[in-house]
Design a protein around this ligand. Sequence first.
Ligand code: T1G
Length: 695
Amino acid sequence: MATENSPKEQNIESAQSPVVTINLVKNTGIITIDYAPVNALSQAVRIGLVHAIESLEINDDVKVIIIRCQGKTFIAGADIKEFGKPATQPYFPDVVNTIEACSKPVIASLFGTSLGGGFEVALACHYRIAYSTAKVGMPEVNLGLIPGAGGTQRLMRILGPEQALEMITSGRHISVTKFTESNLFDVITENDLDQQSQIFAQQLISDNNLTPRRVGEMSVNSSDFDWQAAKTNIIKKARGKQAPAVAFDVLEQTQKMNVSDGMAYEREQFLKLRASEQSAALIHAFAAEKQAAKLNSKAQPVEVINVGIIGGGNMGSGIATCFLTANFNVQLIEQSNEALEAGLARIKNNFSSNVKRGRMNQSAPDACLARLNSSTDYQSLSHCDLVLEAVFENIEVKKALFQKVVAVCKPETVLATNTSYLDIDEIAASINRPEQLVGMHFFSPANIMKLLEIVKADKTSEKVIATAMQVGKKLKKVSVLVGVCFGFAGNRMYTRYGREVQQMLLEGAKVEQIDNAMTNWGMAMGPLAVQDMSGIDIGHSARSAQPFPTHDKGYFRAAATLVEANRLGRKTQAGFYQYDENGKKHHAAEVDTLLFEKAQQLGIKQRIFSDEDIVQRALFALISEGLALLKAGIVQRMSDIDAIWLHGYGFPRYKGGPMFQASQIGKAQVEQKLAEFREEFSEAIWPVVDVDLLR
Ligand code: T1G
């Protein structure tokens, strides 16, 4: 936060590090960290900080020290780019201890997001001043870690074990204004932060209040805290993640220790987690998301302000909700006034549910809805920079619709289709500006799911791709660029995964066994419960529009059998499971019989499955299809597939994604397992793939 009052009076010395500088202003030594993009604690920053503290400590002109940052945020944590490399000195806990041990008061000036190691620096300072919009958090659990430089110790001392555990095990970023009841911040200000920090420093000097106030010297007040209840709750919420339970253990074990013993225990546990597969997977997931947003081209996006959305059904209204939330103006189009009313009602309902679930504050929907217009007339799209269709999946309907759109829109309007399976090249070929058409494939519910596949058709221009990616970023989606094929990247892999699940049902695996094996492994939902939820007939009719693969006699026959028996899923209270009037699912004996009979009829041999057999079949189907997609250039990079699976299909983040799993298993073993499946089920079903693409 560079302001007019940024300290620039007297540069007393240039620090050893180019990213940390020291200035002297009226007996305050001001340390400025300037390391874009987020002032992460790289080795250069750590060296600079230690040097700055040490040199200001021995400078007799300095009475108080302020640590501040340049750019858009205070320190956002350890430098994730250094993870996986050998640790370098000065080690971060030593840096933090040097700050706390300083004999002169040190003030931290917080703005933006002070996270992880950044928040630990602030906790080691003797005073904390925060800008009112600042947030703080310990997001280490999201990387499979716990705070590694005294964060567990100092936070527990300031906030008590309950709040500290909540922050550390949830990883949430919390507004500083939520801490007005605690001693975490000395000042929370809406005024110029540098000026306020200076005023605070001058007050300390004029009061001669120059003895550092160290959090590390406080004791922990945990007398009436119910550790056992907290543990049960944390383990339940962790759903397979290790780090929250380790964080709990560290706080519980160290509550009576002094800070240095507590930090030693914390460090020991931190280093164990650093070496864990879960942490590697979660760090991979973080990098995969950032990487997915990067395009190879230098094309500049066009600015999008006005967005037309055609179709106000579940998908269209969800998409409209996203755009409105992200400050775009939306023009909603429907075929009739009744359909329009229903679409508007869905959008309003999405906003009410956002408020109800605490995702939005009470007044936010009104501002969003004020940017929404609606019409049945395509002419009202004439001013739109982007027009996106979300009508039902019929290529002729979509082609006719885009004819009407191009007749009224500007030549530079970006045209987007939200199809899940249709051939975008064919739609593009039907209009006179194919370079303007792109796929923007949202996942249902569109206002909740983070994934957005940006589909590049043959003729889509780079500018249009860049625009779609930028729009995705503004919508706060994880946008991944993919090419055209049946189902694009995500649904093509999902089809392969579903195929194996269906096949296993015919080979004798039971519905509950498959779902439990997959959810115990970490998938958010079992694949068969998912099908019941979305409607078994939906996938069935999409598949029926394609030629049936003649080499594959069991191809989705389980689903077809259920559709024939009118077991369509939750909507008929009968699918792979039976549903009671409260929507609770139960075993469906009829399904066992139907599937057994179908298997007999098809001549498919029955076998006993272990949970591991089930997981391996499903996972290797994903790996195999992922490698095929990479080879065909449908995705740019292996990690893009992981980003897709983490955000669109409930793949456990702590397992990194299917391709990360493949890398962990290793090329040789992947090759061998795929060969075994090929041997058993034929090359047509388990084709040869290029395992060398694995990194
Ligand atoms: N290290 C290195 N680079 C980082 C980074 C970090 N910690 N955080 C963000 N970046 C890069 C990011 O890759 C991107 O780069 C750019 O900054 C902008 O990010 C010892 C163990 C800070 C809230 O987990 O939550 O401290 O893609 O696009 O939406 O206990 O990034 O432009 O090349 O996300 O404004 C704890 C993770 C580490 C913070 C900014 N810290 N980062 O969000 O921009 S562990 C974190 C974030 C730790 C100690 C431990 C967000 C953000 P590029 P962005 P944004």
